[in-house]
Design a protein around this ligand. Structure first.
Ligand code: F6R
Length: 249
């Protein structure tokens, strides 16, 4: 694990954008793993502005998102497809047919959908760089605590804490889905590089558990201790609970 502690969230986004740009320069048909949530929004802003400045092209890039709510329409503003279009896809030259999310509608078999998603990743020769955020409970994707560290793409019920954390994104009378399809931890671990971004003080404890805690399904992100090429980008607040911060500077 390479731990990089930066001053603030803007620097974390800038550094993550540098990683993505460097990958696409080296491999124009790179396969990117993407995350939703608050943390990567500033990364997507930076990628859009680099695209507008002619520094980066997504023409041959393929993407796989970590997760998507169960039985949600793409046109629903709460869907992760909608999120990705709003913050990235609709502003760069990516082909929408090259963007994949693990979806499952009511009436479809989640197992079959999960296998199809895994097969698509394999068909494109695996994910080069997976972007991750981290939940306050240590989840990555929607792999909640106690998820199998070897899990593959599947349906998961979200924990109370995740539902509470994400309720800020829903209006009072809007239905908040409590199930989602998510890449598994084993799927994430197969990515050649993993770049986890964490910012803000409400992530400090989860970050500490991920880096210094035992490798445990209670903190799914701790599995990254075993990834060969995991880079953890933190701002000062998210790094705050690490005992020996000086060691990482
Ligand atoms: C999003 C995802 C989640 C988030 C995590 C942090 O696709 O898979 O694991 O990365 O919940 O969310 P934010 O960034 O909103 O704090």
């Amino acid at each position: 694990m390479q731990i990089i502690i930066l001053e603030n969230a803007a620097q974390v986004a800038e550094c993550a954008a540098d990683w993505v740009q460097a990958l696409i320069e080296k491999k124009p048909n790179a396969v990117l793993g993407l995350a939703t949530g608050s943390t990567p929004i500033s990364l997507y802003h930076k990628l859009v502005s680099r695209y507008q400045d002619g520094l980066i092209s997504f023409a041959n890039v393929n993407t796989f998102n970590l997760d998507e709510y169960y039985d949600i329409e793409e046109s629903n503003p709460q869907s992760y497809r909608y999120f990705m279009r709003k913050y990235l896809f609709d502003h760069v030259n990516i082909k929408l047919k090259n963007t994949f999310l693990p979806t499952c509608k009511s009436g479809q078999n989640p197992r079959v959908q999960g296998v199809m998603f895994e097969d698509k990743i394999k068909q494109l020769n695996g994910i080069d760089l997976q972007i991750l955020g981290i939940g306050a409970n240590g989840h990555i994707g929607f792999n909640e605590p106690t998820s199998s560290l070897a899990s593959r793409t599947r349906i998961k019920t979200l924990t109370k804490q995740t539902l509470t954390d994400n309720s800020r994104l829903f209006n009072q009378n809007e239905r908040q889905p409590n199930m989602a399809m998510t890449m598994g931890i084993g799927t994430i671990m197969d990515a050649r590089y993993v770049l986890l971004m964490a910012t803000g003080k409400n992530k400090a404890e989860a970050v500490n558990q991920m880096i210094t805690g035992p490798l445990s399904a209670n903190c799914p992100a701790s599995v990254l201790q075993q990834h060969e090429n995991a880079v953890i980008l933190l701002d000062r607040e998210a790094a705050n609970a690490l005992e020996d911060k000086g060691y990482f500077l």
